[in-house]
Unconditional design. Structure first.
Length: 320
């Protein structure tokens, strides 16, 4: 008789592999650490291969573990989706939605809008994963991702929520001391604060209204992989930085920061909802999509966006 796959062990392995922590997986699954360890050991015995390298301080996937990780995540996601569809047929949206978002944006703008959603849908929970690094939505088992970028084509689906203006900014004090640049070439004489996760962090690109383009290699005392980490140096007048409006909106209105070179703009970007391919989506995911569309449709820093459902608002996106 053919043995059924050990679906529980695969689901436990997928959760451990995602966070590389037995303790975290036990907390997420509501199981004891011993139960999680036994499930992984059971799967390793069945496969005849070790899935993790274990030391007292570190857990890492083996080659076999890396090969099995995406399949495990897909199995877990398929099981959760099947259960959600059955639950959806019997009432209100319920279950967990796994949402990935950039760190600074997630803390400042996503987390504050979630309480109203959770109050409106008390049977839905949100697992919010914050990171400025690119996240593999499919491999990580995420239902949705928020991305702030100009997205290229891929198999993922994206809905553009709003445009995001980026500007070169500095404090009035810095500009009074060092002058106000008028052209990107002028930045060679200025202190520049860099963001490591720009598409080209070692070169800043600008364009004017006529379409003329210019770029510069920024040099300065600080580069960070999180926009909030640049804020203290920027506000202290240590240099200029290219920042999205959602990060600097309050500082601009209060006069603590000033837009520089308004005739030269960095390439346009947008706030996008990115989703793995495949339909239909569970009701809990559709509910959060609709809620986020409404929440970010009228924020003060948003730029105009095409109507939802237009060809430009529904297209393919990067697998980030």
């Amino acid at each position: 008789m053919t043995r059924l796959p050990d679906f529980e062990a695969w689901a436990v392995f997928a959760t451990v592999a995602e966070g590389l922590s037995f303790s975290r997986a036990a907390d997420d699954l509501g199981l004891s650490k011993a139960t999680v360890s036994k499930a992984v050991a059971r799967l390793e015995a069945r496969l005849g291969a070790r899935l993790f390298h274990r030391t007292s301080r570190r857990l890492a996937l083996t080659e076999a573990g890396r090969a099995a990780r995406e399949d495990a995540a897909n199995l877990l996601a398929a099981g959760e989706a099947a259960e959600a569809r059955a639950l959806d047929a019997n009432g209100a949206p319920r279950g967990r939605v796994r949402l990935a978002a950039p760190m600074s944006f997630g803390v400042a703008h996503v987390a504050p809008v979630l309480p109203d959603f959770l109050a409106a849908f008390p049977q839905v929970s949100v697992d919010l994963h914050l990171s400025d690094a690119q996240v593999d939505l499919v491999g990580g088992g995420f239902d949705l991702g928020l991305r702030i970028a100009a997205l290229a084509d891929s198999s993922l689906r994206v809905r553009r929520l709003c445009g995001v203006r980026r500007s070169l900014v500095a404090t009035p004090g810095y500009l009074d001391r060092h002058g106000r640049p008028e052209h990107p070439d002028d930045l060679r004489r200025h202190s520049c604060l860099g963001y490591a996760y720009l598409p080209t962090p070692d070169r800043w690109h600008f364009a004017d209204a006529s379409g003329a383009a210019a770029s510069v290699v920024p040099e300065g005392p600080l580069r960070a992989n999180n926009a909030d980490a640049l804020a203290p140096a920027l506000r202290a007048g240590l240099g200029l930085a290219v920042q999205p409006d959602f990060t600097i909106w309050d500082d601009l209105r209060a006069g603590r920061l000033e837009r520089v070179m308004p005739d030269w703009q960095p390439p346009p970007i947008a706030l996008n909802l990115v989703m793995p391919p495949g339909l239909p989506r569970p009701a809990r995911v559709s509910a959060l999509i609709s809620y986020l569309e409404r929440a970010f449709s009228a924020v003060p820093w948003a730029q105009e966006v095409e109507p939802v459902g237009s060809p430009a608002s529904l297209r393919h996106a990067t697998s980030s």
